[in-house]
Design a protein around this ligand. Structure first.
Ligand SMILES: [Zn+2]
Length: 268
């Protein structure tokens, strides 16, 4: 009997690990897939060439997965803090305590600058890695709990129940709400979300990482306010999915359009 316990435990631990980092794989795939639909022909051609025929969707969760690979100890562990920026209540990105190891905003600013101003000095493998990181991090930048409070580790310490099961607010927003809202794969999400008209797309495909992050902080604030009003360890279920589906859809769709904008600017 004991022999079976070990694999079950390892799988449970793996889920715990991955849920602490980002949108789950479906969320990241949706953002990358919407972006892919909105790339210019030239940008798509250049990126596909760089990724040796693979798509940006294929690599959308690479940056999370690398944390469980031998690569990790080989320099990539420096990117550990790049997935989020925790802003305490009453603070903004400007006034918050900055993480000296970097955050999602400084990481995206660095990667974009390298690919635009320092491209010729980068090795091919650096170019590839930086593209994969941008694809992932623009997704994280639009995930509300990646702008959660520092005091509760981006919602990781906010205990909630999700349809009766113990969970955290961070985990609910990373993957559980995406998986519960629809029984869709990333292609179906893309088909139903990538429908904004030209005027709307133009209105969101502009601005800076810091400006975009402000919206994520506002989204996180609305989630905190809602959950706090429900008291200690609330049981979140259908009502929560209903109330927050518009925010979820908005973040995935706008994240996708903006990823296209970033990649079109670099590679278009
Ligand atoms: Zn991430």
């Amino acid at each position: 009997m004991k022999r079976f316990l070990i694999p079950i435990l390892s799988i449970a631990m793996l889920f715990n690990l991955t849920s602490a980092f980002a949108w789950g794989p479906v969320g990241h795939d949706v953002v990358a897939s919407i972006a892919e639909q909105n790339l210019t022909r030239k940008a798509k051609r250049n990126i596909t060439k760089l990724l040796e025929g693979k798509s940006i969707v294929y690599y959308s969760s690479w940056m999370d997965n690398i944390q469980n690979s031998p690569y990790w100890e080989n320099g990539y562990n420096k990117t550990k803090t790049w997935h989020y920026a925790n802003v305490d209540k009453g603070h903004t990105y400007e006034t918050m305590t900055k993480n000296p190891d970097g955050d999602v905003v400084t990481a995206l600013e660095f990667l974009t600058k390298e690919l635009t101003e320092n491209y010729d000095n980068l090795t091919d493998s650096m170019r590839v890695d930086y593209v994969k990181m941008i694809v992932h991090l623009v997704g994280d930048l639009h995930c509300p709990m990646h702008a959660g409070r520092l005091s509760d580790r981006g919602g990781n310490n906010v205990r909630v129940k999700w349809f009766g099961q113990r969970s955290s607010l961070h985990s609910v927003w990373d993957s559980k709400i995406v998986e519960s809202a629809r029984r869709w794969g990333y292609k179906e999400w893309t088909e139903h979300l990538d429908r904004a008209d030209r005027k709307f797309r133009k209105s969101v495909m502009r601005g800076t990482y810091q400006e975009w992050f402000k919206e994520t902080v506002n989204g996180a604030a609305s989630i905190y306010e809602y959950v706090e009003a429900l008291g200690e360890e609330p049981n979140l279920s259908y009502q929560f999915v209903y109330d927050f589906s518009p925010l979820l859809e908005d973040r995935l769709m706008i994240g996708g359009y903006r990823l296209a904008y970033v990649l079109n600017t670099i590679f278009g």
